[in-house]
Structures are given as structure tokens and as C-alpha cells.
Design a protein around this ligand. Sequence first.
Ligand code: MN
Ligand code: MN
Ligand code: ZN
Length: 279
Amino acid sequence: MLIGCHVSISGSIDMAIDNAVKRKCSAFQIFTRNPRGWHAKELMDQDIKNFKEKLKSSKIDRFSTCAHMPYLPNLSSPKKDGFEKSVNSLIEEVERCGKLGIPYLVTHLGSHLGTGEEAGIKRLVKGLTKAAKVKNDVMILLENTAGQKNSVGSKFAQLGEIFNELKPSKRFGVCFDTCHAFVSGYDLRTEKNVKETFKEFDKHVGMEHLKILHLNDAKGEIGCNLDRHYHIGLGNIGEEGMAAVVKLIMKKNIPIVLETPIDDTRDDFENVRIAKGLV
Ligand code: MN
Ligand code: MN
Ligand code: ZN
């Protein structure tokens, strides 16, 4: 079972592995830099060395690790300046992942800001294609979104359409977020629902392209488009649904990463432990 959570790199980037090990993770996700700004401090050779060595001495396989893009980039942006900055940021992250030996980079598909899906997707495909020219073997994973206003890629059919336009195809994969799928209208509350939802995903996108699963319960109701993650089993997806997802994904040996909140109800140590206990 490959399972863990998003961990902090606070202090130095190799601290991610200490944080993952402490939480008994066999998979994890990081931001390679502060996710709230545009600027990324360059990775020093020593940082890279420390990260790689620590990862090697942990029992975590590097193919069970991923990085997530920072928050500000919008790859579907109609603003010339914003779009260029976003693509440059994606290129930079692909390069950083390559240096760290992280095989997967998760990205959101962005917002067309009212200019229409078609135009947004056109820009998105252009940006992703450019980033895939970076000379390393990092795979960019498209994450299904919660379906907020003007967002791109919440429906599997559209996600599949976008995915199929991307070349070279070996540079792209998909990250499935359970909270986002649920609030976009895909039911995950029972084992039967979970099977149907993943069948639908398989039909449009293809299970073989699924490289990382984000396991998050949802604070909002089905179809509400609210991107609010919740503790495993305590949200509107609930325990039965979460367990069914874990079982299905485990069988395929796909790494599971939690992005659950840390609050008075629970912390990430506990959510990881509870997620493992679902099966
Ligand atoms: Mn995300
Ligand atoms: Mn996610
Ligand atoms: Zn989210």
C-alpha cells in the first residue's frame, strides 16, 4: 500500500523526507518552494544532494513521490503576461523536479476567466506542450478540478479531451482528486458509486494514465463545486466511499496522497493512520 500525505519542506527541502517518515508515509507530495509567491529560490547542489540521499535511505520509492505546482500560475489565462509567467513557472518546476529526482508534477488546469472553455483549453495545451520540451523525464500530471466558475477540466470527458491533445504523451499523466471529483458531481459514497465513477474516468481518460491519487474527503455536498477538503471519513464522501477508493487504487499500486486539513479535529498523522486502517 503506497500512501502518505502532503508534507512541508520548511527549513530545508530534505526535511520533507523526515516529515514523511514521521507520519509513516510510503508516498508523499511537496511544494518544491513557497507556493504562495511567483519567485522560487534556486535549488543549491547541496539541497539536491541532501534530498536524494535522505530519500534513498528512507524506504520510500521515488516513484511514490510527487510535487505540486504553486498556487498562482494559471495556464488557461487570457492575460498575455499572466499566461507567460505561468508557463515559465511550470517549466521551472519541471526542471526542479528533474533535479530532485521527483518523477511527477501535479498541475491544475487553470481558469479561462470568462473567455470560454475552448479558448482556455487552447492556451492550456500550448503551455503544457511547451513545458514538456524540458529535457528530463518528469511527467506532468493534470489534476481534475472542483468545477469552480470558469475552471477547466472538472468533467472527465473534458479532461480526456485535453489529455489526448498533449504530446509527447509519455510526458503527461493524470492525478485524480476524490474531493474535486465528488464536488463536480461524481458520486463516491458507496462501493458501487466508486466503481462507476472510475469506470467513467477510465472510459474518458484511461486508468493507465492515473499516476497519483489525491485522497481527500469533501466538506461540501456532491456537485457543489466547493474546493474544501475534509478529514478522511468525516466529510460528505464518508468512510465507505473512502475505503472503496483506497481498495481500488491499492490494487493498481498507484500512490495515494492525502491533502487533508490540520485542525482541532485531526492532524495529518492521524488522517494517514486512519486512511491506512480503512482496508
Ligand atoms: Mn491540487
Ligand atoms: Mn488535489
Ligand atoms: Zn483541492
